[in-house]
Design a protein around this ligand. Structure first.
Ligand code: LFR
Length: 474
């Protein structure tokens, strides 16, 4: 039996989880959990990176009794820290939901940028964030590190750019599988900012003595979604996945990117996966819609437990109001119930009258968006899909799983909840002499993690067609 530590930083909380790998089985034990609370300063919304770093250290310490062979870090994508020539952090990293990148400016023709990077042109991509960054700070910068790479640097003193996360910057060339020098130059960014790429499964180095910890850090799929997709318990390739949490990342796994105009127009992205695969997916706004409602309700003293809301939403009437989760008004933090109300008024639909009605509206709407993204991914890539896997926190939500099965007209397999930590741990086990290929990794997940299956109610197909038509998707 060998133990590995997964540090998994999410947009609202972080977890440190020990994975015990024994032959074909893996068992997880959570040793530390903490809140991740962004901070609003006069210049914008930031991550509390030092607070997070301290929690990472506390988590690694809590994992020590398990005698781990290594640790790995993953987090959300696109955000970064700038370092000066000596390696000191230049300013606090911004949160990708900060509003400063609202009117992004493209350095090259958007169609050409898509042919080069394959990235959906989202306002929060690293490219647009860097272009909105303070020119004086950029000029002073000796390097740029994505957040998991920044924590890795603080822990080990070693700098590098882990590939799956680098691929989310929109400065990485999907064909050459390297930083895109032409795009970096066109964006007016100094080439020396971009560190040497490293692949998941490479040893980064020992922890610095100053951390007070013993151990080795290994690069994993440091983009959380890459780790989650690696742990989808699928066999074969005829599956779609939904990594369902704050975001729903909905797509298929491909050997090579889809760089067509149709794909760009439909908002699909090509991100690097494990084993040289492409995660061809669409960002659907996800449970963020409900999480921000919950935050607003709690602020006025209402109880807003997710399990209660899901239970109440079961009995709330379906399809009363359907919103397009991808409407840009829903992206920033703020009063979500008010934004849902405004959307409903604008589209002549009833405004939800209770938390249960909002929850039902969010789940119906997400199921419609899941269906549109599953269909889009299959059609644009030519991949046949006969099953949908939901992993991550949202896989606990039975109602959302059932609605997604009904909307898609496909069986849904739900679980594991901690797919990201599993992917993180299993890549480390692979680097330590275990199986490295995705198929073997997924076999370990299947052998040790329970899943639940939701069959589609095919009689509901017409109602879902109508709901999709209401928000202009298929
Ligand atoms: C999910 C995720 C998505 C990415 C978004 C922003 O946690 O990593 O894949 O698009 O966060 O970074």
């Amino acid at each position: 039996m060998s133990a590995y530590v997964a540090v998994d930083l999410g947009a609202s909380s972080g977890r440190v989880i020990v994975g015990a790998v024994d032959g074909n089985r893996v068992e997880l034990t959570e040793v530390h959990r903490f809140a991740n609370e962004p901070v609003e300063l006069p210049d914008g919304l930031h991550w509390d990176v030092l607070g997070l770093y301290k929690e990472v250290l506390a988590g690694l310490r809590a994992a020590e009794p398990h005698r781990p062979r290594s640790a790995g870090i993953d987090s959300w994508a696109v955000d970064y820290g700038l370092l000066d020539a000596g390696g000191a952090l230049l300013g606090l990293p911004y949160h990708y939901r900060d509003r400063r990148t609202g009117d992004r400016v493209d350095p090259l023709d958007p169609a050409e940028m898509y042919r080069r990077t394959g990235l959906a042109q989202q306002p929060f991509n690293t490219l647009y964030q860097l272009r909105a960054d303070d020119p004086a700070r950029l000029a002073a910068a000796g390097g740029m590190l994505m957040l998991p790479d920044l924590f890795a640097y603080w822990l080990t003193g070693e700098r590098g750019a882990e590939r799956t996360n680098a691929s989310t910057t929109q400065l990485y060339n999907a064909i050459a599988r390297d930083w895109d020098d032409k795009l970096i130059a066109a964006a007016g960014l100094p080439r020396h900012l971009f560190a040497r790429l490293r692949d998941p499964g490479t040893v980064i180095g020992p922890l610095r003595a100053a951390t007070g910890l013993d151990g080795t850090l290994v690069a994993v799929g440091s983009h959380d979604t890459a780790s989650a997709v690696a742990a989808v318990p699928a066999t074969g390739d005829r599956f779609a996945y939904i990594s369902c949490g704050t975001w729903s990342l909905v797509g298929v796994e491909l050997p090579s990117p889809v760089l067509t105009e149709a794909s760009r127009a439909a908002g699909f992205t090509n991100e690097a996966g494990l084993d040289g695969t492409i995660r061809y997916l669409r960002n659907v706004m996800g449970l963020w819609l409900l999480q921000e409602c919950q935050r607003a309700w709690r602020a006025v003293g209402l109880s807003a437990e997710t399990a209660d809301l899901v239970a109440a939403a079961y009995t709330a009437p379906p399809f009363v109001s359907v919103v397009n989760p991808d409407d840009p008004t829903f992206l920033p933090a703020g009063d979500m119930p008010a934004r849902i109300d405004a959307y409903c008024r604008r589209t002549d639909q009833p405004v939800p009258a209770s938390p249960a009605a909002y929850a039902r509206c969010v789940f119906d709407s997400l199921a419609v968006a899941h269906r549109a993204a599953v269909r889009g991914a299959a059609e644009l890539s030519g991949r046949d899909v006969d099953q949908v896997h939901i992993v991550g926190g949202g896989s606990r939500n039975d109602l959302l799983c059932q609605l997604t099965a009904d909307a898609c007209g496909l069986p849904v397999v739900a679980g594991p909840v901690e797919a990201t930590a599993l992917g993180n741990v299993l890549v480390q086990a692979g680097a330590d002499g275990g199986p490295r290929d995705l198929a073997s990794l997924r076999a370990v997940v299947r052998a040790s993690q329970p899943t639940r299956r939701f069959e589609p109610d095919r009689a509901a197909a017409k109602a879902w067609d109508a709901a999709a038509a209401r928000i202009g998707v298929r």
